[in-house]
Design a binder for this molecule. Structure first.
Ligand SMILES: NC(=O)c1ccc[n+]([C@@H]2O[C@H](COP(=O)([O-])OP(=O)(O)OC[C@H]3O[C@@H](n4cnc5c(N)ncnc54)[C@H](OP(=O)(O)O)[C@@H]3O)[C@@H](O)[C@H]2O)c1
Length: 395
């Protein structure tokens, strides 16, 4: 039994806190900490009322490394689950090293002033974590996260070599708002408006933002137009899958969403650089975030399903084979269970599973790890039982 500390009390943090509190076998105590105490206390009250477990609460600015280190030293968790924003990743890793605590996150570090999704900043911590005998698990959400583990499963059990991977992500749900993002608007819009990128024949190929699309038939949802995007798991999977020839990532967007995004880009409100406004400097995308619906607030009226998976093609015993491995998740069901929509749920559940892997020693090691570097079997068994059942089909 171990203590766990969660940082971030947004849409994903809420799911992690609920599911961690429901995990009574492996977590002796759960603490939820965030920059503002009000959302933390609201969640703690909801969790006590719904699951009958009291969790501890704290206020911390994770960018204040000494303050966070002190909190970690006082509380002494076995692992920190970082579900604040990617900007905090390096500061939280620094505090974990200073306090001797294991680290887990769901999104790779991004510098605030440039939308650049790369593991290089976090991979640079390899030696420090290894020397300290501590583990850092990167990207334990759904994508990255479960998608990496799906690829590891296909590599371990189904194919001798994985040649082609298409990760396909569909939110077929409806929240009834004209425009909203399903997780942090700033991070989400930065990701979607960046140039597309995929890996083929040993090199990265770039495309204009949202310029390449294809139809894909998503189990549980149906045919949807899907757009090629760069997504961070491509970087580690291109490195870690044997014999890989090409890997791409696709995500669905509706017409209304794309039209809003186009207008917002044209008028400059998605800009991430500072602009002068009435004698002050503001970053337009941060102002936009303040105007858009809080993703957690979408949950109550969300209907429909998410459907996310990996289409993997390669060879087994010299024969060409193709598998699709996926999960379907229902927004209304996740709301019933933990008051969250499925995008937060599909991120938060794997974060808790990752932490369980770490505290039980099912996954162990000293250094910085991406999910596909570890044994997929115990993770997939746990994540399926914890609320995200998965399926494999030969195509
Ligand atoms: N891998 C995946 O599948 C996946 C999918 C979706 C999202 N994600 C990631 O999940 C993370 C959380 O997303 P979300 O939608 O829950 O975001 P969110 O709703 O904006 O929540 C972020 C939380 O972090 C807190 N926070 C921000 N800066 C902080 C700081 N300096 N110190 C302490 N707390 C701080 C925020 O506090 P305030 O309320 O004070 O701002 C808020 O509670 C993001 O990194 C996102 O990229 C991963």
């Amino acid at each position: 039994m171990s203590k766990v500390l969660i940082i971030g009390a947004g849409g994903v943090g809420g799911v992690v806190a609920h599911k961690a509190a429901m995990e009574k076998t492996h977590f002796s105590e759960v603490m939820l900490a965030s920059r503002r105490l009000a959302p933390v206390e609201k969640l703690a009250a909801e969790i006590e009322q719904m699951h009958g477990r009291k969790i501890q609460t704290a206020q911390v600015d994770a960018d204040d490394v000494p303050a966070l280190t002190k909190l970690l030293k006082d509380y002494q968790p076995k692992v920190v689950i970082n579900v604040a924003l990617p900007y905090q990743d390096l500061h939280i890793m620094d505090a974990c090293l200073a306090a001797g605590v294991d680290y887990l996150d769901t999104a790779n570090y991004e510098p605030p002033d440039v939308a650049k999704f790369e593991y290089k900043w976090q991979w640079a911590y390899q030696d420090r974590f290894a020397k300290a005998g501590r583990m850092a698990l990167l990207g334990s959400g759904f994508d990255p996260g479960v998608t990496n583990v799906f690829c590891a499963y296909v590599q371990k059990h189904l194919l001798d070599e994985v040649h082609y991977v298409d990760i396909v992500d569909c939110n077929g749900g409806s929240h009834g708002k004209a425009f909203a993002t399903n997780f942090n608007p700033e991070i989400n819009i930065r990701e979607i408006t960046a140039r597309g990128r995929y890996w083929e024949g040993g090199e990265w190929k770039e495309t204009d933002p949202l310029s390449v699309a294809r139809m894909f038939d998503y189990p549980g949802v149906g045919e949807r137009k899907s757009f090629l995007l760069y997504h961070e798991e491509l970087e580690s999977l291109a490195k870690n899958l044997k014999g890989l020839k090409r890997i791409r990532f696709w995500m669905t967007f509706g017409e209304a969403y794309l039209k809003h995004l186009e207008v917002m880009q044209n008028i400059g409100i998605t800009r991430i650089d500072e602009v002068e406004f009435e004698g002050k400097k503001i970053v337009p995308i941060k102002f936009l975030r303040a105007l858009l619906p809080d993703p957690a607030s979408l949950a109550a009226n969300y209907t429909g399903k998410t459907s996310i998976g990996c289409l993997c093609e390669g060879v087994k015993n010299g024969q060409k084979k193709r598998y699709f491995i996926y999960n379907i998740c229902d927004h209304a069901e996740t709301y019933k269970e933990v008051r969250a929509q499925a995008v937060s749920y599909t991120t938060g559940v794997p974060a808790v599973t990752g932490a369980v892997m770490m505290v039980t020693g099912a996954w162990k090691g000293a250094g910085v790890f991406n999910m596909e570097q570890l044994d997929p079997d115990p993770f997939l068994e746990d994540v399926g039982k914890r609320g995200l059942p998965w399926h494999v089909e030969e195509r």
